[in-house]
Design a binder for this molecule. Structure first.
Ligand SMILES: NC(=O)c1ccc[n+]([C@@H]2O[C@H](COP(=O)([O-])OP(=O)(O)OC[C@H]3O[C@@H](n4cnc5c(N)ncnc54)[C@H](OP(=O)(O)O)[C@@H]3O)[C@@H](O)[C@H]2O)c1
Length: 433
């Protein structure tokens, strides 16, 4: 059993930082008996010392000088739970230069600078751990990075944003509008006052970039991710989905696309709402839960499920990283790091899906034929069609056969220009097998 404490410098004492301090202090005996590590909180850096903190936060180690923490020679591991780019990035870099191992939960930073920070850590003989950056408490990153390191992963499909899953669950189950569902998410503390990072898909895109980098061993950055949020999903989309055996989820999909055997595949990463067959395991993931479905050649299908956010679940993942970091420091070992060359990205235009498309048209003879002709002229074949009367208008709802995004976008452009078409009211990709 080890007796020399590993000294932690924690940057940030918000939701995650405060929960981490609570677990480390309350579970000291358990941590030592299960892992052999003794953790000591040497410093906690915050922005504003005058803010009232939970009663378990030790006042004596609080500071508003994070730079002094990352430079402190007595600190072994720096835990960054501030979030965002600045000053988190410069603090992590400085910590690595001062030979600290870094544990971070910062998806925004990793989605853009993950490879850069890993290389910097490597050059100083240290590690950067980031289990908590994707899907909070779910042990997903380590599974992909370690257990599935040599697996040929074909696809990773995830519900990685709890806020949007909560909103979509309320719309689906309670029949409330997007606006009302967002309001209850805000009242329950699932959504921020400014919800755009969640509802516009930014948060999920950062996580998708990190997942794709690890799953495929290539450098994928936030700018490589196609993104569409949930703000235009309507109750009418849900009604159609229900009638036809689907539900609606915001998905992060990371895919390896191989044109021919032996050729290096391209990577496509996208975040958008999708019609998910109710028989798919992801369809049953409700409320603020996260789940990630991994498909690999040898392993087959795997599903990871749990709480993707919240102070305690996220702190649990951070603590797991701290234990690994402490072990490596003690034994002079490091995590395996293989440099990730830039990914060959495939634009969404080139991908094929089935599509759900709904348009409101003037209700008169011949209009359906006009719309169907535009689909046909662009090589987009219709799998099923439904017409719903709306007084002087009618809603035409199509599910296409597999079609290229580019052809479907061209179709939509032309359909919108038809005199009889009033508006496009639904456009959602269907999750294929
Ligand atoms: N919350 C979650 O459920 C969750 C889940 C997964 C990952 N994460 C990630 O975990 C990280 C932390 O999230 P959080 O929810 O705990 O954030 P938070 O509640 O906003 O806390 C941020 C903390 O950082 C401190 N801080 C801000 N600027 C600082 C500066 N310049 N110097 C020192 N401290 C500074 C703040 O200090 P004050 O307290 O003085 O304001 C606060 O204690 C983020 O990267 C987030 O993406 C969070």
């Amino acid at each position: 059993m080890s007796s020399i404490p590993v000294r932690l410098g924690i940057l940030g004492c918000g939701n995650v930082g405060a929960a981490l301090v609570k677990i480390v202090l309350e579970d000291q005996a358990l941590i030592e008996s299960q892992t052999g590590e003794v953790l000591e909180i040497a410093a906690i850096a915050v922005k504003d010392l005058s803010i009232e903190r939970p009663e378990w936060i030790p006042r004596a180690v609080l500071t508003d000088d994070p730079v002094s923490v990352v430079r402190d020679p007595s600190i072994d591991i720096v835990v960054e739970v501030i979030g965002g780019h600045d000053p988190a990035k410069s603090l992590i870099e400085e910590a690595l230069r001062f030979k600290k191992t870094v544990v971070t939960a910062n998806k925004a930073l990793l989605a853009e600078f993950g490879e850069e920070l890993s290389l910097l850590a490597r050059s100083h003989g240290r590690d950067v751990f980031f289990e908590a950056a994707v899907a909070g408490g779910i042990p997903l990153i380590r599974s992909l990075r370690v257990s599935l390191a040599a697996e040929r992963v074909r696809r990773v499909t995830g519900i990685v944003n709890g806020t949007t899953n909560f909103i979509l669950s309320r719309m689906s189950e309670d029949g409330v509008s997007y606006e009302d569902a967002l309001k209850s998410a805000q009242e329950l503390g699932y959504a921020e006052a400014d919800p755009s990072a969640d509802v516009e898909g930014m948060d999920a895109s950062a996580k998708a970039a990190i997942l794709a980098s690890i799953a495929f061993g290539r450098k994928v950055q936030l700018k490589d991710v196609f993104r569409e949020g949930i703000t235009s999903v309507t109750l009418s989309d849900f009604a159609f989905a229900k009638r036809h055996g689907y539900t609606l989820k915001l998905l992060a999909i990371c895919e390896l696309v191989e044109r021919s055997p032996g050729e290096e595949g391209s990577i496509a990463v996208r975040v958008h709402p999708a019609m998910v067959p109710v028989t798919h395991p992801l369809a049953s993931v409700r409320d603020a839960f996260n789940a990630v479905f991994v498909e690999g050649d040898a392993v087959g299908e795997l599903m990871f499920y749990g709480r993707g956010a919240g102070g305690m679940p996220t702190a649990s993942a951070v603590l797991g990283d701290i234990i690994d970091a402490a072990h490596n420091l003690r034994h002079g070992s490091m995590e395996r790091h293989v440099a990730r060359p830039a990914a060959r990205m495939l634009a969404i235009d080139e991908l094929e899906y089935e599509f759900y498309i709904a348009v409101d048209v003037v209700d008169r003879p011949g209009v359906l034929a006009q719309v169907a002709t535009v689909f046909g002229n662009n090589g987009v074949s219709i799998r099923s069609m439904e017409q719903v009367g709306l007084g002087s208008e009618a809603r035409l709802i199509f599910i296409t056969h597999l079609a290229k995004e580019r052809a479907v976008q061209r179709t939509l452009g032309e359909v919108r220009n038809l005199e009889a078409v009033k508006r496009l009211v639904g456009f959602i990709r269907v999750l294929g097998s």
